[in-house]
Ligand binder design. Sequence first.
Ligand code: NAP
Length: 282
Amino acid sequence: MKVFIVGIGLIGGSFAIDIKAAFNEAEIYGVDQSEEHLDNALSLGLIDHKSNFEGLDLADVVIVAIPVDATVEVLSDILNKVKDDCLVFDVGSTKKKLCETVMSHPKRRNYLAAHPIAGTEFSGPQAAIANLYRGKTNIICEVEKTAFKLQEKGMEIFSRLGMRIRYMDPVSHDKHIAYVSHLSHISSFMLGKTVIEKEKNERDIFDMAGSGFASTVRLAKSSPAMWAPIFKHNKENVIETLQEYISNLNQFKEFMENDDFDEIYKEMENTNHIKTILKGIS
Ligand code: NAP
């Protein structure tokens, strides 16, 4: 099985590691705009061969793991190049624009829209890790638009990698993911910015920063090259979540200004419910 991975960074590289481990017959080909990343991927053993877009006609499976705006640009061309029985799936964090882009493509049935809910704040091939996907959810959109045999091929890969599947339409995917992923990243970036701006002349203050601060700003280490296109693709949903978040922050501030610590206590107590909701998620 010849697997071409377009974008051999954290997500693509982690697929490479697990697919090699799960399929003896898999040969991994890397395609990337960064020659340095391809060289690193080869020396790290993530890929067996360096390749390019012209080589895609050899592929049995193509995994597209580049920023979502770049995926919109290249997805139709990838479908043009692949064999009739090749499965092409992407892993982009937004789904509506991508599904619209290939809606009328003659090879739409070769494409499966996926979003593995797995990752870290690091990027590039050196960030790739084994078992990233084990026990994680993979959201599949518009599965009925993918040829049945190719759905089966995709499910075999996801199942051997230990993923749980959830089906969703692209509009619902983008709406829900704005709350549980995109808003957390903005909140982390802006918390990081607020503290850096305030404390820039007092570097010693960071000695006081404990694990609470570190875990809350962890996502602020994430790559802007990946996140700016996500916010662009999901602009309306992200703005809606921001409005609700800002209004909650303003209300908290009002309670503080009014010395209403009973309300503040209640707000926190009600939000503690998140412990039950998130039980078992690491
Ligand atoms: P990454 O580590 O930065 O890897 C992306 C790789 O693709 C980089 O080597 C990049 O090279 C290359 N690239 C960018 N544009 C390209 C193009 N037009 N043609 C060929 N190669 C290109 O990013 P990632 O975290 O793996 O994210 C990849 C995708 O996974 C994104 O769509 C993201 O939304 C999705 N995703 C990410 C996470 C996460 O937690 N990170 C989770 C789920 C899904 P340069 O560095 O030179 O640009």
